[in-house]
Design a protein around this ligand. Structure first.
Ligand code: NAX
Length: 325
């Protein structure tokens, strides 16, 4: 058997992890032959609930699980990690302003950035799921100066998957046939699902649907407000779909996408698509050999330009609120 991969997961007692942990333990990230060690982090008040999750994980008797560590110490949780799922964050409580939310989360991701810097493997792959995901990822990177910034990403995959499903339903095509879809920008209602290059079975999805008004006035807001629609319907925020998207993101990054585009929030260097450097922004990538690569040379029309700029503006504001720059 292969040596085990260490997977650190934060917010382990929460709802997303109640789905995520079991799928990781089953082998959905690294595959059915790769043993794993789960390193679970939550806050001291959640240790009781985490113990219950741990008992259930044990009761599944997953053959791939070699060891499970449950702790409230980020350094212990991140020690020698190969992959990190940063799901835990502070949700907005009643009466809390957006700026306060950004500030409390900046504090959490500052501490975790230091732990990442001190304890994780240098080639570890990090996905930030906890909101505000893009800005939390940026804060993490700022406080992990010795950790490669390109290995810190934010989750746009749930938005990407929602986008695929909406197009597939409207166009009467299968999700698996859709290529070259991308969600740009921030994981927030300002995100921009872009179908200008999207094709299925050799045809542009925009031509199959042939309804630009539907695209602009229905599809884009539906994807943007999907999280709220799920809260309304379920009485709780999306969890299993968020876990599934996190698995897709990490699975594809590790195993490759065979040339298929996926959306990832990645650090910007200021050289592509008129997006300034120093942000973590949703962009189209392909993955190969354990690395993601930005898809270059896409034409950006006037509408896309306006939409991307809007979301990038929000990312800049969040950076200002979280990092003061
Ligand atoms: P829950 O509130 O059920 O769970 C969060 C868990 O994180 C709790 O157990 C809490 O104790 C823990 N936590 C809080 N601070 C922590 C810290 N400093 N260290 C470790 N653990 C900590 O939320 P859940 O529904 O699981 O959602 C988790 C996060 O994902 C939220 O921020 C949510 O907004 C975000 N989401 C992000 C999505 C994305 O696409 N990027 C989509 C789904 C989801 O809304």
């Amino acid at each position: 058997t292969l040596p085990a991969k260490r997977i650190a997961i934060t917010g382990a007692a929460g709802q997303i992890c109640y789905s995520l942990l079991f799928r990781i333990a089953k082998g959905d990230v690294y595959g059915p032959d790769q043993p794993v060690i789960l390193q679970l982090l939550d806050i001291p008040q959640a240790m009781g609930a985490l113990k219950g999750v741990l008992m259930e994980l044990e009761d599944c008797a997953f053959p791939l699980v070699e060891e499970i560590i449950a702790t409230d110490d980020p350094v212990e949780a991140f020690k020698d990690a190969d992959a990190l799922f940063l799901v835990g964050s502070r949700p907005r409580s009643k009466g809390m302003e957006r700026a306060d939310l950004l500030a409390v989360n900046a504090e959490i991701f500052k501490v975790q950035g230091k732990a990442l810097n001190d304890a994780a493997k240098r080639d570890a792959k990090v996905i930030v799921v906890g909101n505000p995901a893009n800005t939390n990822a940026l804060t993490l990177a700022e406080h992990a100066p010795d950790f490669p910034r390109e290995n810190i990403t934010a989750m746009l995959r749930l938005d990407h998957n929602r986008f695929l499903s909406q197009m597939a339903a409207k166009a009467g095509i299968a999700v698996r046939d859709i290529e070259k879809a991308v969600v740009w920008g921030n994981h927030s209602p300002t995100m921009f699902p872009d179908w200008s290059n999207t094709v299925a079975n050799g045809k542009k999805v925009a031509d199959i649907v042939d309804d630009e008004t539907w695209y602009r006035d229905t599809l884009i807001p539906t994807v943007g407000k999907r999280g709220a629609a799920i809260i309304e319907a379920r009485g709780a925020s999306s969890a299993a779909s968020a876990a599934s998207a996190a698995i897709d993101h990490m699975h594809d990054w590790i195993n490759g996408t065979d040339g298929k585009w996926v959306s990832m929030g990645i650090p910007t260097d200021g050289t592509a698509y008129g997006i300034p450097e120093g942000l973590i922004c949703g962009m189209p990538v392909t993955c190969e050999g354990g690395k993601y690569k930005l898809v270059e040379g896409i034409e950006i029309d006037d509408y896309a330009r306006k939409m991307i700029d809007l979301s990038v503006e929000e990312l800049k504001e969040e950076r200002q609120a979280a990092l003061g720059k």
